[in-house]
Design a protein. Structure first.
Length: 227
C-alpha cells in the first residue's frame, strides 16, 4: 500500500514541476508587462526554431493556461504512472516531435501552448493501450476517449477556430500515434499466464511419447493398404 501511494505521488512530480514553470512564466509575463509569444514556434523561420523547445511553456493568456492545466496534468500523470519505465522518453519525444512537425506544417504566425503535448499524450495512451491488449491499459484508453474524445475535431482546420493552432494539435496526435507503435514492445506488457506450466506439460508429453514402444501392427497394416 505504501509503495502504491509513493508511486502515485512520484508520477505527479514532473507534471507538477512543468506546470509550476508555466504559471511562473505567465505570472512574470503579466506582472512585468512582457511578451513571451516570440518563444513560440514560427514555422519555417529561423526565429521560430527555439520555439520547438520552448513553446509549451508559453500561453496566450491565463484562460489558455488554465484550460490546458487539468488535461496536461492528468494525461502526464497517466503516462508516468502506467508507463514509468519509458515515460521520460515518450514525454520528451512527444514534446520535440510536436514542435518539429508544427514548425514544418504550421501556418505563418506564432504557435504557443501545451495543447500539442496534450494531444500527443492522449493519442499515445489511447493507441498504446489498444496495441498492448493489456486490460488496465485498455481501460486508460477508454477513459481518455471518454474524457477527451471531443478534442479530435480541433485537429482539422474546418472545425478549429481561426486563432487555434490546429497544426499543433495534429502534430501532437501524429507524434503520439507513431510513438505508441514504435514503443509497443517496451514498457508494460500483457502478462503471459501459466507459461511455465504449459512448458512443463509439453516436456512431460514428449517424455511419455519417447517411452512408448512403436506400434508394429499399425505400421504393417498401413504398409499393406499402401501396397
Amino acid at each position: 500500500m505504501k509503495q502504491a501511494v509513493q508511486r502515485i505521488f512520484a508520477a505527479m512530480a514532473i507534471p507538477l514541476f512543468i506546470l509550476f514553470v508555466m504559471y511562473a512564466l505567465k505570472t512574470l509575463e503579466v506582472g512585468l508587462d512582457w511578451d513571451f509569444t516570440r518563444l513560440g514556434v514560427y514555422p519555417l523561420q529561423k526565429k521560430g526554431v527555439f520555439g520547438i523547445f520552448a513553446h509549451p511553456f508559453v500561453h496566450s493568456g491565463f484562460r489558455h493556461l488554465v484550460a490546458n492545466t487539468l488535461p496536461f496534468f492528468f494525461l502526464s500523470w497517466c503516462l508516468f504512472y502506467f508507463y514509468r519505465e519509458i515515460a521520460p522518453y515518450i514525454f520528451f519525444l512527444i514534446w520535440i516531435c510536436c514542435g518539429v512537425i508544427t514548425f514544418l506544417i504550421g501556418k505563418p504566425g506564432w504557435h504557443v501552448g501545451a495543447s500539442g503535448i496534450i494531444y500527443g499524450l492522449a493519442f499515445f495512451l489511447f493507441f498504446s493501450g489498444i496495441l498492448r491488449k493489456h486490460v488496465p491499459l485498455i481501460a486508460i484508453s477508454l477513459l481518455v476517449t471518454f474524457l477527451y474524445g471531443g478534442m479530435v475535431w480541433n485537429m482539422f482546420p474546418f472545425f478549429a477556430k481561426p486563432t487555434t493552432s490546429w497544426e499543433g494539435h495534429l502534430s501532437g496526435a501524429v507524434a503520439g500515434t507513431v510513438l505508441a507503435c514504435l514503443f509497443r514492445r517496451y514498457g508494460p506488457q500483457k502478462p503471459v499466464y501459466f507459461s511455465d506450466e504449459e512448458e512443463e506439460e509439453i516436456a512431460e508429453e514428449e517424455d511419455e511419447n519417447a517411452d512408448t514402444p512403436p506400434d508394429h501392427t499399425t505400421a504393417s497394416e498401413n504398409k499393406e493398404v499402401s501396397g
